[in-house]
Design a protein around this ligand. Structure first.
Ligand SMILES: *Cc1c(COP(=O)(O)O)cnc(C)c1O
Length: 377
């Protein structure tokens, strides 16, 4: 008997997604955002495929090194870091860092002299399902000042970057980020070598239509062409980096769960599953990601009706969809399987260590469609 809940992850689909990303943005160094799914097999696959990785902690650094990423293909993308983080990165041979604050530039100058620094701009992340709302990034003027501060402190003012917000559904978000970067170059008075386009490339859910990768890539190419001549600086043709997270792993994952209880409350049908907010479905917070659902035990045309979909724990927040109209078969019963599609990103990495005694979401790796699954952590 396979355990429930579980994340079934098909590595062949990760490979396919990686190739599609390379095809859409062949000029950009693909730096996988590890937090989307840090499973060792995913990291090893992407390392072997030639990807780079964007990491945020010593734990992710160690996981990437174990997976075979050469240190030269690692960059520390988190602008919030401790002295111990910088020391560990330098000791491992990582020399690329993202920053967005003067104190962090000073920390890097002290502990990673000569390192390449990319300054993160605060992107207008309208259109993102999970906006940063001002948590990261600086204005173009502030970015120019940080690049100058880095240069004067013995660092390499190597790049500018932005993250347009995860699950970004408006390709204009990249246009706005590139325009801000061009303004920062103008204020800095010199063309920086690299432009980091961030992540945010959206994946398919039931929440509404999303632009495909080629549409995002077209917006990016158009904006780069429009800003290739920077007033007072001249031609700017930076090397490109992109940091896809969900775009490389979401489609590869199916979260398989089981119905525990069906009951009526205040005139609505409530369906309780054995998976919820705390076993990996954190992105249902605010109902921001609405997963496509499948009920394999029921014929596709089976009569269905609206439900409130809830998780199994004793926490009142552990309700997945209350306001979004979610429909499930009318004869759904305990033991029936409910599958969440496109769930390979931000699920297993978000699962709690054991809230209410429920274990973290296990991952079952598949290498080909008809491979025998093997369970790992
Ligand atoms: C999380 C993150 C990403 C990946 O975002 P996706 O929306 O999953 O593509 C990229 N860059 C940074 C800095 C991040 O924090």
């Amino acid at each position: 008997m396979a355990t429930s809940p579980r994340l079934e992850l098909d590595l062949a689909v990760v490979t396919r997604s990686y190739r599609a990303f390379r095809d859409a943005l062949p000029d950009a160094e693909p730096a996988y955002a590890v937090k989307a799914n840090p499973h060792p097999d995913v990291l090893a696959l992407l390392a072997a495929a030639g990807a780079s990785a964007d990491l945020a902690s010593v734990g992710e650094l160690d996981a990437c090194l174990r997976a075979g990423f050469p240190p030269a293909r690692l960059s520390w993308g988190n602008p919030v870091k401790k002295a111990a983080d910088v020391r560990a990165a330098v000791a491992a041979g990582v020399h690329r860092f993202t920053t967005d604050a003067a104190a962090d530039v000073d920390l890097l100058a002290r502990l990673a002299p000569g390192a390449a620094v990319t300054v993160r701009l605060g992107a207008d992340d309208t259109g993102s399902a999970t906006p940063f709302a001002g948590k990261f990034g600086v204005t173009p003027d502030e970015a120019a000042a940080l690049l100058a501060r880095a240069r004067d402190a013995g660092l390499r003012p190597h790049g500018l970057g932005f993250h347009p917000g995860s699950q970004q559904t408006d390709p204009d978000a990249w246009r706005r980020g590139i325009a801000a970067a061009a303004r920062a170059v103008e204020r800095f008075g010199a063309p920086v070598a690299e432009l980091d386009l961030g992540g945010g490339f959206p994946t398919v859910h039931a929440s509404g239509p999303v632009p495909d990768l080629s549409t995002c890539a077209r917006a990016i190419r158009g904006a780069l062409a429009a800003h290739a001549e920077v007033p007072g600086v001249g031609t700017w043709r930076p090397a490109l980096v992109a940091e896809p997270g969900r775009a490389l792993v979401a489609e590869a994952g199916v979260l398989v769960s089981e119905v525990v209880l069906v009951t009526a409350r205040a005139g609505r049908r409530w369906v309780y599953l054995d998976v919820g907010r705390y076993q990996g479905l954190a992105e249902t917070e605010g109902e921001m990601i609405v997963y496509r659902l499948r009920t394999p035990g029921h014929p596709p045309g089976a009569a269905s009706g609206p439900v409130v979909l809830a998780g199994p724990t004793c926490d009142g927040d552990d309700v997945l969809y209350r306001d979004t109209e979610v429909r499930l078969p009318l004869d759904l019963a305990p033991g029936d399987v409910v599958e969440f599609l496109g769930a390979g990103a931000y699920t297993s990495s978000y699962a709690s260590v054991g809230f209410n005694g429920l274990p973290p979401l296990p991952t079952v790796i598949r290498r080909t469609p008809d491979d025998t699954p093997e369970e790992t952590d």
